[in-house]
Design a protein around this ligand. Structure first.
Ligand SMILES: Cc1ncc(COP(=O)(O)O)c(C=O)c1O
Length: 396
């Protein structure tokens, strides 16, 4: 057995049921048919490349699992996280919608990319709140397509993350509150200034654009399905912030694989467990406080309403992971366990893998999650060293 130090808390969702059918309301949030458009579109962007799916055979053997597949998003579009797919895709969709109203026809992605509508696009400004990765995607998309960009960050977002967004030409505004405060500030300033909010989280009155963000993520999921070459994982362990990623994963696989879909295990920081708390209460719950965690991308206290549409019944298990497991798992991946490849993984990339290994090391958690020597576990390594200073400090 391989040992990762750290502890878990567990809640089994009583509303999850493997026999449930994927509903029309859930399909409206995410489905394979809608995802196909996003896949075709994003694959046409310059510099598109499939990211690797590593089979961590040595770690799987040492953990007494049949397989651990690690989808490695550390180099996605050079932005170093899967978020590159969502924000930038939603920016493109918004520019198309706004220009359609103005011009009377819907411009193609290629027209946005080749600059033929340069002047019209330059008049538009997109905006969002972020703890780093989503904002980087929006800023990059704005630069790629040629519109303005204003990003809001909270007090704990590092200078390195701020500068990464400024490097794509975005104006970055830091507020004194937490992530959820930055969402509200971005929203009210956008209304006052005529900016288009491209948020990765949904809330009352703002439901459509986050669907496009989630559709962007499905490119990664379509790649995984291709790379699995007919195999279906028994479990997927996925990190939760506002739940956008986890709901895309749960929904896409549910629509694609029906009752053969994997058991979905959502992993959150102890101090920012809004998804676990919501599952416990049977409705969305806000976690207050400063949401202090090393896992910066997961420091969210409010669940995305759209995400909950899927996760309320599609999230099977909700775990929290203690902070101490994070640097250890990052180092394990950086070194490459025995014959496994060395992988660059940031703080928010590793909770899924860490939780799977820690759970398998315990008879109790293995039984609760249904993990056995035949289990085939998929984890999503959602980011690389998106904060290089911190990465250096933690990994050495
Ligand atoms: C690296 C990384 N992983 C996972 C997540 C969680 O995604 P979501 O907030 O959609 O749940 C985020 C969110 O920013 C992230 O940056």
């Amino acid at each position: 057995m391989v040992k990762i130090n750290g502890s878990l808390t567990h809640f089994a969702n009583p509303k999850a049921d493997a026999a449930l059918a994927y509903s029309d309301a859930q399909k409206d949030v995410i489905c394979v048919a809608k995802a196909e458009e996003a896949v075709t579109d994003i694959k046409s962007w310059p510099a598109y490349r499939q990211t690797p799916l590593h089979a961590l055979n040595a770690l799987a053997a040492a953990s007494s699992l049949k397989n651990i597949w690690y989808k490695d998003e550390s180099q996605r579009f050079g932005l170093k996280s899967f978020k590159a797919l969502g924000g930038a895709f939603a920016v493109a969709r918004q520019l198309q919608s706004v220009l359609e109203q103005k011009l009377g026809y819907r411009p193609t992605t290629q027209q946005l990319l080749n600059g033929s509508l340069k002047d019209e696009v330059a008049e538009l400004v997109v905006s969002c709140a972020t703890d780093g990765n989503h904002g980087r995607s929006v800023a990059w998309g704005a630069q790629m397509f040629g519109c303005g960009c204003v990003i809001y960050i909270h007090r704990d977002v590092s200078e390195g993350r701020k500068q990464a967004m400024e490097a794509f030409g975005a104006e970055v505004i830091r507020i004194s509150g937490n992530y959820d405060d930055s969402v509200r500030q971005a929203d009210s300033d956008a209304k006052a200034n005529g900016r288009i909010i491209v948020s990765d989280t949904s809330y009352e009155g703002y439901m459509e654009i986050p669907k496009d963000v989630a559709l962007g993520y499905t490119v990664m999921l379509a790649e995984i399905v291709e790379q699995l070459d007919g195999e279906i994982p028994s479990h997927v362990f996925v990190q939760g912030g506002v739940g956008g990623l986890a709901s895309a994963v749960a929904g896409y696989f549910w629509d694609l694989w029906g009752d053969k879909r994997p058991t979905v295990v959502i992993v959150e920081p102890e101090q920012a467990n809004c998804l676990q708390r919501s599952a416990e209460e049977g409705k969305t719950v806000v976690v207050e406080g400063d949401l202090d965690t090393l896992m910066a991308g997961l420091a969210c206290g409010e669940v995305s309403a759209l995400a909950w549409e899927i996760l309320a019944t599609g999230g099977d298990h909700f775990l929290t992971l203690s902070e101490d497991a994070v640097p250890e798992t990052m180092r394990l991946l950086a070194q490459g366990f025995e014959s496994d490849p060395a992988i660059e993984a940031g703080e928010s990339a590793v909770p899924g893998l860490a939780a799977a290994v820690i759970a398998r090391d315990s008879e109790d958690f293995s039984a609760k999650l249904g993990l056995t020597a035949d289990s085939q576990v998929l984890v999503i390594g959602t980011e690389g060293a998106t904060d290089p200073e911190l990465y250096k400090q933690l990994v050495g």
